[in-house]
Ligand binder design. Structure first.
Ligand code: UDP
Ligand code: MG
Length: 320
């Protein structure tokens, strides 16, 4: 029997944690009773620099029942880094992890199926939303448009999959070898490879608290995804430069004809052609430089992805 660790990033989630922890405990107990996971399985909450009582609640839970563990980040680092911190912290203790949101919008009954797929030999099991009935029209429209846009830009993302997924220890080792700082998990995980499968579920509404992803954060996240996975935007500039340069050649022919026909004012021909030609060449040159900057970009930003402040594990009950 293998050990499952649930990893749940939490940012200001005091309103949902009591209920979430209760439901997850129930789920874990039922999986243990069915003999699907070992008794050593754990529920790990990652406190992403919350400003409310989130960490106190996690500490209380850990004290009540050691099945609950907590990882406290030194400050708010965002959902992706919090998740990564959790996964990397527990990696050595488990055979598989499932990451999910604290608000349980993702149906936890899909966990059973994910675990089954794991035993069938999958290293990654993606939770995929089968319906978006509970999302607002705006969220559905922007989210689905975004996935399509990502595909067009060449990023291999799983359609309608957020960060609800099972990963085996082996897959996590693979993930760790990605040293990039701009870690956009749902784009990087498919790059790891290994056998994977999907599990479909209906997404529910947040039962308490507010979304921690307001529009501004969502846009930043979307942009982060594109710029950390794809250099196509730079290539678009290069292409635009070439297109404008070609226009300049057409303009050259057009102005020469006007000049020969005598309908051009003196000086107009040279001015108009050089405006187009220089503009086009400049954009092309910027695009070329951008190509290299794009490559250098990922290599240079060697900032730490996260700093773990505390790790509440089985054997550290006494120290806070
Ligand atoms: N989250 C986090 N750090 C942040 C923002 C969000 O750890 O800076 C967590 C949050 O606690 C939740 C998950 O990321 O567990 C998803 O957030 P939320 O449910 O608010 O996003 P939505 O479902 O509205 O997209
Ligand atoms: Mg949510």
């Amino acid at each position: 029997m293998d050990t499952l660790y649930l990893v749940i990033p939490c940012y200001n989630e005091e309103e949902v944690l009591p209920e979430t922890s209760r439901q997850l405990l129930e789920k874990m107990n039922s999986l243990m009773q069915k003999g699907k996971i070992s008794e050593k399985s754990r529920i790990v909450f990652v406190n992403d620099g919350s400003k409310d009582r989130t960490w106190e609640i996690i500490e209380e839970l850990h004290q009540q029942n050691p099945i609950y563990q907590g990882v406290k980040l030194s400050r708010n680092k965002g959902h992706q880094n919090a998740l990564l911190a959790g996964l990397m912290t527990v990696k050595a203790h488990c055979d598989m992890t499932i990451s999910l949101d604290a608000d349980l919008q993702d149906d936890i009954d899909a966990i059973d199926e994910m675990v089954d797929k794991y035993y069938e030999g999958c290293d990654v099991v993606y939770g995929v939303r089968s319906a978006r009935d509970t999302d607002t029209f705006f969220k559905k429209f922007t989210a689905e448009g975004y996935y399509k846009c990502m595909k067009k830009l060449g990023a291999d993302v799983v359609f309608n999959h957020a960060d609800y997924r099972l990963m085996s220890r082996r897959a996590l080792d693979g993930l760790e070898s990605f040293k990039e700082v701009n870690m956009f998990l749902r784009g990087v995980v498919p790059m790891i490879g290994y056998k994977s499968d999907m599990v479909y579920y209906a997404r529910k509404e947040r039962f308490a608290g507010e979304s921690k992803y307001p529009l501004k954060k969502m846009l930043a996240f979307a942009w982060e995804g594109i710029t950390s996975l794809s250099t196509k935007p730079i290539r678009m500039i290069t292409t635009l430069g070439i297109v404008i340069f070609i226009i300049s050649l057409i303009m050259l022919i057009y102005s020469l004809i006007s000049y020969i026909c005598g309908s051009a004012i003196t000086g107009w021909t040279s001015t108009i052609v050089s405006i187009w030609a220089i503009g086009g060449l400049q954009l092309f040159a910027i695009g070329m430089i951008g190509e290299y900057i794009g490559k250098v970009y990922l290599e240079t930003k060697a900032r730490p992805k996260f700093i773990v402040d505390q790790y509440l594990s089985d054997d550290s009950d006494s120290d806070k």
